[in-house]
Design a protein around this ligand. Sequence first.
Ligand SMILES: Nc1ncnc2c1ncn2[C@@H]1O[C@H](COP(=O)(O)OP(=O)(O)OP(=O)(O)O)[C@@H](O)[C@H]1O
Ligand SMILES: [Mg+2]
Length: 349
Amino acid sequence: MIIPSLTLEHSSKTTLPGLREALRALPPMPPALSFADYCALPADQRALYDQARDDFVRLTLRVPTPEQDRSTGILARLIRTNPRRTNSRRGLMISAPLFYGKTELAMLLARSVENDHAKHFPDYADDGHVPVVWVEMTENATGKTLLTQIVRFLAPTAVVARSSNTDALRVEALKLLSVHRTKLLVIDEAHHLRGTEPSSVIKALQNESSATVALVGISLGSGKAFGSGHGMQVTMRCDMVELRKVDVSTKEGMALWTRWVAIFDRNLPLCDHVPGTLTLNAQALHSATHGRLALLAMTIERLVASILDDPNRLDEQVSRDQLFAVLDGLQHTTPLRHRVKLKDLVEAA
Ligand SMILES: Nc1ncnc2c1ncn2[C@@H]1O[C@H](COP(=O)(O)OP(=O)(O)OP(=O)(O)O)[C@@H](O)[C@H]1O
Ligand SMILES: [Mg+2]
């Protein structure tokens, strides 16, 4: 049996090789094995198989969301129209509280822009095209930090002197974005960009470059960075996509949540897996994760890890006890509190 093995060499998406590696890291589900066949594998093959299953859950197992459709549509329109505007180019804001799937959504958009560019220009990488630039802000980031990261991403060997002034950096960043035909500039953790200076730098980038800017961060519409003052100038030039928890008291919300749980349930890469336990407990999963997709995904990841990490397991069926242990564990490692008890969970027949 050939077990796919993924090599990841870069630790950050804020370099071009790192971003490209992250965009391509979508390992397929490894071939299904019965538990008996799995046990018969040599130890190193079993470890490889576990690694491949773990990678699949962490990197590939994703569910479609309404926000993906909305933001893909908005971004495609902006990328089409921004180069045809001479003023007031528009950007995209992806906003949500902490740990809601913001970065994951931005990655999906980045991947679709990169893939779309590759369809039109198959040799784009050799020709020096960089359709997507990805930067990440940290506490107290300034407009100058932002410009420096853009320059470093596109020209990693260029020496950016500490003394370079913001104007010179802006000119350099704009030149590089144009030369490399960048279509999308993702600024993750954008809530760190507070004050007049970052806002005026972003506004200048929008005015002077036809690349579409996507700002990704915590509560951007209402936070200190872009919810008031000069930041409003940026917000008003952006389409806003907000990620929310799912409200299962509505018919649509219930249908969406059940669909997500069913997708996770169907695709658990466990030996002899029979879907059922997750789907039967969709309501309890909603209560325990407060309807948040990112926490549901975290539950699934931990559930699979807890099964694969047990060296004494006799099978890989998902049991009610294992699921409860993971849901209970959420309360110790996240600020999340819930009232789901073991008796609330149902075991698949
Ligand atoms: N559509 C999806 N399907 C499955 N899992 C998802 C999906 N979107 C997000 N996740 C998972 O949710 C978790 C959190 O996602 P992400 O890191 O994007 O959140 P975030 O809002 O950027 O967090 P932070 O506020 O810490 O930056 C990740 O493990 C991610 O894989
Ligand atoms: Mg994030």
